[in-house]
Design a protein around this ligand. Structure first.
Ligand SMILES: Nc1ncnc2c1ncn2[C@@H]1O[C@H](COP(=O)(O)OP(=O)(O)OP(=O)(O)O)[C@@H](O)[C@H]1O
Length: 281
């Protein structure tokens, strides 16, 4: 059956929920006791310093990393219980915009955005043309459809990647550092686009970022990671008014305070150092 005839299921009110989540690598726990919810149409920013576990949380959200404890529910499904084929289906309803939003360099702008449609649906070419031009229009690049990726700027490439991330009308979009390396204008434009996508498509959006100004301008709620857990959660206004030293240090970008500059010395580091010293008597 062509997928145009597939009835569209109602969108989930809560697109993503972490409950008592602990995640990490091997027996090392990076984050513990994480409770977080992202509703339909909401933009939620997940912030935290370098190495605080933002990407780790993103991996848990897409089912790439299994919880050590607690649950990850995405689009109504507990990801831990899913077979590969089911997980694949859930992921199809998620748009993920990776850090560099890498485009396929051998395809033009149009074909880059059309790619997920060709991979996951069997829509006729005329429909693909309409959908792709519609998404490119949403990011202001309809007339750039014919350009090669070598002919567009970095900021434009990011917008093309955004159009590609939403081309299947995902219920949930995860953005990994969408502002990294953008000039101030492209940065503002990208932030407004993310808000616009959430408002017009009704998709739940999670923004992994350390850019305070841009994310506070568009987020409904902000979660701040630190010290291996959730340090604060609330609206941008609530976090801005917080007197918590950790929150204040992060928001003001102060070098000194409760946020440690140094990567923690772990037993694994000590063992490595001992080996190095033994090898250099
Ligand atoms: N594949 C991995 N195996 C083992 N440890 C990892 C792995 N990936 C990340 N880590 C560790 O997990 C911790 C959190 O890393 P993560 O990449 O989630 O941080 P982040 O907040 O996204 O950082 P940044 O803002 O610098 O990208 C770090 O201490 C890192 O060394």
């Amino acid at each position: 059956m062509p997928d145009t005839e597939t009835p569209v299921p109602p969108a989930h009110e809560t697109a993503l929920a972490f409950e008592g989540l602990s995640v990490g690598y091997g027996d090392r726990t990076i984050l513990k006791d994480i409770d977080m919810q992202v509703g339909r149409g909401e933009v939620v920013a997940v912030m935290g310093g370098s190495g605080s576990g933002k990407t780790t949380l993103l991996r848990a959200a897409v089912g790439q990393l299994a919880p050590q404890r607690g649950t990850v529910r995405a689009l109504g499904r507990d990801l831990a219980g899913l077979a590969d084929a089911e997980l694949f289906k859930v992921r199809q309803q998620m748009g993920v915009l990776f850090q560099q939003g890498a485009l396929f360099t051998d395809l033009d702008v149009f074909e880059n955005v059309a790619f997920p449609l060709r991979e996951h649906t069997r829509r006729p070419e005329a429909e693909i043309l309409d959908i792709v031009l519609g998404k490119l229009q949403a990011v202001g690049l309809k007339a750039a459809a014919y350009l090669r990726t070598s002919e567009i700027s970095g900021g434009m490439a990011r917008r093309v990647a955004l159009a590609r991330a939403v081309v299947l009308d995902p219920e949930l979009i995860l953005y990994d550092e969408p502002f990294a390396g953008l000039d101030p204008i492209s940065l503002g434009v990208t932030a407004q686009l993310i808000r616009h996508m959430a408002d017009t498509l009704g998709c739940a959006s999670v923004l992994i970022t350390h850019d305070v100004q841009e994310s506070f301008a568009i987020a409904d709620r902000v979660y701040l990671l630190g010290r291996g857990s959730l340090v604060a959660a609330g609206t941008p206004a609530e976090l801005s008014a917080s007197t918590d030293p950790f929150v204040r240090q992060f928001l003001r970008g102060e070098p000194d305070g409760p946020v440690a500059f140094h990567y923690p010395e772990t037993p694994a580091y000590q063992a490595w150092l001992d080996r190095q010293r033994r090898a250099r008597p």
